[in-house]
Design a protein around this ligand. Structure first.
Ligand SMILES: Nc1ncnc2c1ncn2[C@@H]1O[C@H](COP(=O)(O)OP(=O)(O)O)[C@@H](O)[C@H]1O
Ligand SMILES: [Mg+2]
Length: 233
C-alpha cells in the first residue's frame, strides 16, 4: 500500500488530512494512532476504497486505485477484511452465519465452513453464542463477531477501526494476539485506535495522525529511535 501526498477534505470543508505519504510492506503490522477526530477512520476509508482522496495518489496491491473499474475495485475489496467501528453485522443472521458469510460468498459449502467458524468464534470467547442474533449480544460481543467475520477468509489486508473499543483490556490484548496470528500467516494489518495504552503494550510501528499530518513512529517512543520512553509526542 502506498499513499503519495494524499489530502482529503469532505465537500467544501477544511482539509482534514494533508501531505499523507507512507508505504506499507506486504506482511507488515501497523497501528494507526491519534486522538478522536484526527482522521483515522477517514484514512481507513481510503484504504478500503470507500473514499477517494481530494488530491494525491493511492496504490493498493501495487495498483493505482484511481484507474480501477468498478468491478476491479470490487475484486480488490474482496482481498481486504474490514472491522467497522459500528460492526455492520446482519441482524437477521446468527453470529455463526454472519462469520460464515465471507466463506459462503467465496463458494464454500455450509457444512464445510461450520466447524472452522465455530472454532474461530470460540477463540474470541463466543462459544456459547454461536446461534445468537446480533441484537441480542452486547456491544463487545458484536465487536468480536465483526472481527471474526473480517479475519475468517484470511484476507491479504486487514483494516480494523477501533476493534477493541467495546471490550475490556484482557479481551483487547487477546484480540491483538488474534491479529498477530493472522499476521504470521501473511496478512498485512492496520489497526486504528485511540488507545495509547494498548499501542504501548506491543512493539508494532505506529502511523501517528495529528493536526491532519501523519508520521511513522514506534510504539510510545518518540520518532528517531531515542529511547526516552513516555515523553509526550
Ligand atoms: N462524512 C464526513 N463528512 C464530513 N466530515 C467528516 C466526515 N467524516 C469525518 N468527518 C470529519 O473529519 C474529521 C476526522 O474524522 P475521522 O476520520 O472520523 O477521525 P477519527 O476516526 O480519528 O476520530 C473530523 O473532524 C470529522 O468530523
Ligand atoms: Mg474513527
Amino acid at each position: 500500500m502506498r499513499f503519495e501526498d494524499v489530502s482529503l477534505r469532505y465537500g467544501a470543508g477544511p482539509e482534514i488530512l494533508r501531505h499523507v505519504d507512507f508505504h506499507l510492506e506486504p506482511g507488515s503490522f501497523h497501528f494507526m494512532a491519534g486522538p478522536s477526530g484526527a482522521g483515522k477512520s477517514s484514512l481507513l476509508k481510503m484504504m478500503y476504497l470507500a473514499q477517494r482522496p481530494s488530491n494525491g495518489g493511492i496504490q493498493m496491491f501495487g495498483r493505482d486505485v484511481a484507474g480501477l473499474s468498478r468491478s476491479e475495485a470490487a475484486l480488490m475489496r474482496r482481498r481486504i477484511g474490514v472491522v467497522f467501528q459500528d460492526f455492520r453485522l446482519l441482524d437477521h443472521l446468527s453470529a455463526l452465519e454472519n462469520v460464515a458469510l465471507p466463506l459462503r460468498i467465496g463458494g464454500q459449502r455450509a457444512d464445510k465452513v461450520r466447524k472452522h467458524v465455530a472454532e474461530l468464534l470460540a477463540w474470541v470467547g463466543l462459544a456459547d453464542h454461536l446461534h445468537a442474533l446480533p441484537p441480542t449480544l452486547s456491544g463487545g460481543q458484536q465487536q468480536r463477531v465483526a472481527i471474526a467475520r473480517a479475519v475468517v477468509a484470511r484476507p491479504n489486508l486487514l483494516l480494523a477501526d477501533e476493534p477493541t473499543g467495546n471490550v475490556d483490556d484482557r479481551i483487547a490484548v487477546r484480540l491483538l494476539y488474534l491479529f498477530e496470528e493472522l499476521n504470521k500467516l501473511g496478512t498485512t494489518i492496520v489497526i486504528a485506535t485511540h488507545n495509547e495504552t494498548l499501542v504501548s503494550r506491543f512493539s508494532h510501528p505506529v502511523l501517528r495522525l495529528s493536526a491532519g499530518e501523519i508520521r511513522l513512529s514506534r510504539s510510545a517512543s518518540p520518532p528517531g529511535g531515542q529511547s526516552t520512553k513516555g515523553s509526550a509526542a
